[in-house]
Ligand binder design. Sequence first.
Ligand code: IMP
Length: 191
Amino acid sequence: MKLVFATNNLNKLKEVQVLIPEHIQLLSLKDIGCLEDVPETQETIEGNAIQKAEYIKAHYGYDCFADDTGLEVKALNGEPGVYSARYAGTQRDANDNMNLLLENLKDKPNRQAQFKTVVALNLHGELRTFTGICEGNITHEKQGEQGFGYDPIFKAKGFIKTFAEISLEEKNTIGHRGKAVKQLVNYLNKI
Ligand code: IMP
C-alpha cells in the first residue's frame, strides 16, 4: 500500500517513519511533486489535519494522512493551540515562539500544558481521525538540542528531561504524535 504523509517537516517524517510497518510505502510531498504549501486555515487542530488530508487526495489523488499538532497551555486558556506554529508571528520561528511563551508564562505558577496531535487519514475516500495527547509542563528555560519546535521547553509528566533531551524512540513512546500514529497503524493493520 502506498500512503502519502502530508508534511514538509522532516522531523515529523523521521518520528513517523519508524512507526510505519514495512508493507506500507510512505511517500513524502516531494515524492508526489507537491511543492506548494498545503493549506491549513481552519480554526481547530482537527480541522487543519482534515483539510491537509483532503487537499492531497483532491489535488494529487493519493490516499494519505496528515498530522496537525498544537501545544495547549492551561494558564493561557489553551493557547497557543491551533496557532502554535505562528504564535510569535508569520516567520514561524521556533525560538521566537518559545521565547514568547516563556515570557507570557513568566508570572504564572501553573505551568501545565499538553501537546495534542490529530492524524487525519483519507483512505479509499473515507476520512478517519486519530488523536494523541501528551500531558506535561512548560519549563522555565530551554533545555536540550534534539527534537524540534517547542521540544526544549516541554517536559512530559513524570519526566525530568525535556523532549529535546530524550531520544526519538523515547519521544515516540510517550509523545502525542507517537500515540496518534500507533492508533493509525493499528487501524491500517486491521483492514
Ligand atoms: P504543525 O502541526 O506543523 O502545524 O505544528 C504546529 C507547531 O507546533 C509548530 O510550531 C511546530 O514546530 C510545533 N510542533 C509540532 N509538533 C511538535 C512536537 O512534537 N514537539 C514540539 N513542537 C511541535
